[in-house]
Design a protein around this ligand. Structure first.
Ligand code: MN
Length: 129
């Protein structure tokens, strides 16, 4: 069970991801753009961020670069939510600092498994500190 921030401007994707994560017992925070998402990260320190790449205004990769450049929040793992148009852009996504990515449309199980893997990994990092 974790506090997870979803930054996603597509209402259907937001609704689905929120439903799946809440059903799995997580606490969900929502933002529809990168600017308000960054504010929530600072204010509420989620344990994981699901970051849509294509957002109005600042895009998800620029937002991830900001997260990773800020020592107060750089430890928070970011999973990029990518569209078909971005296939082949994995390098750019990882170079921006995203720990992982999930192509949309995602299957329910893929999302939950990836979220669990990322949460376990960051838990292990904390335990070994
Ligand atoms: Mn989008």
């Amino acid at each position: 069970m974790a506090r997870i921030l979803i930054i996603e401007d597509n209402p259907a994707n937001m609704k689905l991801a929120t439903f799946l994560l809440i059903s799995a017992g997580h606490e969900v925070l929502q933002a529809v753009d990168a600017e308000s998402g960054l504010e929530q990260i600072h204010a509420k320190l989620p344990e994981l961020v699901l970051m849509d790449v294509q957002l109005p205004g600042m895009d998800g990769l620029a937002a991830t670069r900001r997260i990773k450049a800020d020592p107060a929040i750089a430890h928070i793992p970011v999973i990029a939510l990518t569209s078909h148009a971005m296939r082949g852009d994995e390098e750019a996504i990882l170079a921006a600092g995203c720990e992982s990515y999930l192509p949309k449309p995602f299957h329910h199980r893929e999302l939950l498994e990836l979220v669990n893997v990322m949460l376990e990994r960051s838990q292990k990092r904390r335990d070994t500190k």
